[in-house]
Design a protein around this ligand. Structure first.
Ligand SMILES: [Fe+2]
Length: 249
């Protein structure tokens, strides 16, 4: 194993360990409890949305949320459980996708797609809230935007460019990199920055993710992805994103 990959493993492990105390990982703690029963199925679980399906209106409508969570996210969880059946894999979904090379090659693509889908959507629900509760980035996160992006306005510009510029299906991200800088990036399909340099262009700890698959916006916005991205900025749960950032410090 190279020094670099050891460093990355240490970075991912320490960031995940640090963030384990944060409320956003409480669903993952319950997954862990579930995993202590050998052979128990299903292994990974779809948690309910953390708010009513119409909570994010008008940025995201009720029908989109119901289909997105109840069918798309549920499908990723179901397919992931099918892929890992009989395998000894981490109970924590973030640990699973951060170490895909440990997954047998015959199911690695399925775990990449469906495990990524599960982790990405779980994060996505948690980093949104009603517009009147969006708040603002904490002082440490704001300083990180200023230091690494130039300004908060520049972060927004970079994130919107990552979201609108991703061709086809994928995600826009704000991540903390191994050098502790924050940056915006995007991934195709259900890839996560947690998957590491073997799988994504900009590996890191995701703080904020925006689903830009058409299933995330087509009912209300049709093909107007830029309008969806613009509305997303009104419903970012900055308390949650800030908590995720501070867990990596
Ligand atoms: Fe999605």
């Amino acid at each position: 194993m190279t020094h670099r990959s050891l460093n990355r493993r240490h970075f991912i492990a320490s960031a995940l360990a640090a963030s384990a105390a944060a409320p956003f990982l409480s669903p993952l703690r319950s997954l862990h409890a579930q995993e202590t029963r050998p052979g128990a199925a299903p292994r990974y679980r779809l948690d309910p949305l953390p708010y009513p399906a119409d909570f994010l209106k008008p940025a995201i409508d009720r029908e989109t949320m119901e289909i997105h969570h109840g069918r798309h996210h549920a499908g990723y969880v179901r397919n992931l459980n099918g892929a890992v059946e009989g395998l000894d894999v981490p109970a924590n979904i973030e640990h699973l996708i951060a170490d895909l090379k440990q997954v047998p090659e015959r199911v690695r693509t399925s775990v990449r797609n469906n495990g990524g889908g599960h982790a990405n959507h779980a994060l996505f629900w948690s980093v949104m809230t009603a517009a009147n509760q969006s708040g603002e980035p904490s002082a440490p996160l704001m300083r990180a935007f200023e230091r690494h992006c130039g300004s908060f306005a520049k972060f927004r510009e970079n994130f919107a460019a990552a979201a609108t510029g991703r061709f086809g299906s994928g995600w826009a991200w704000l991540v903390v990199r191994e050098d502790r800088s924050v940056t915006c990036t995007s991934t195709p399909n259900q890839d996560s920055p947690l998957m590491g340099p073997e799988f994504v262009d900009v590996p890191g700890i995701p703080l904020l993710g925006l689903d830009v698959w058409e299933h995330a916006y087509y009912i209300h916005y049709r093909n107007r992805r830029a309008d969806y991205v613009s509305a997303f900025f009104d419903i970012i749960n900055w308390a949650e994103v800030s908590r995720r950032y501070e867990a990596t410090l």
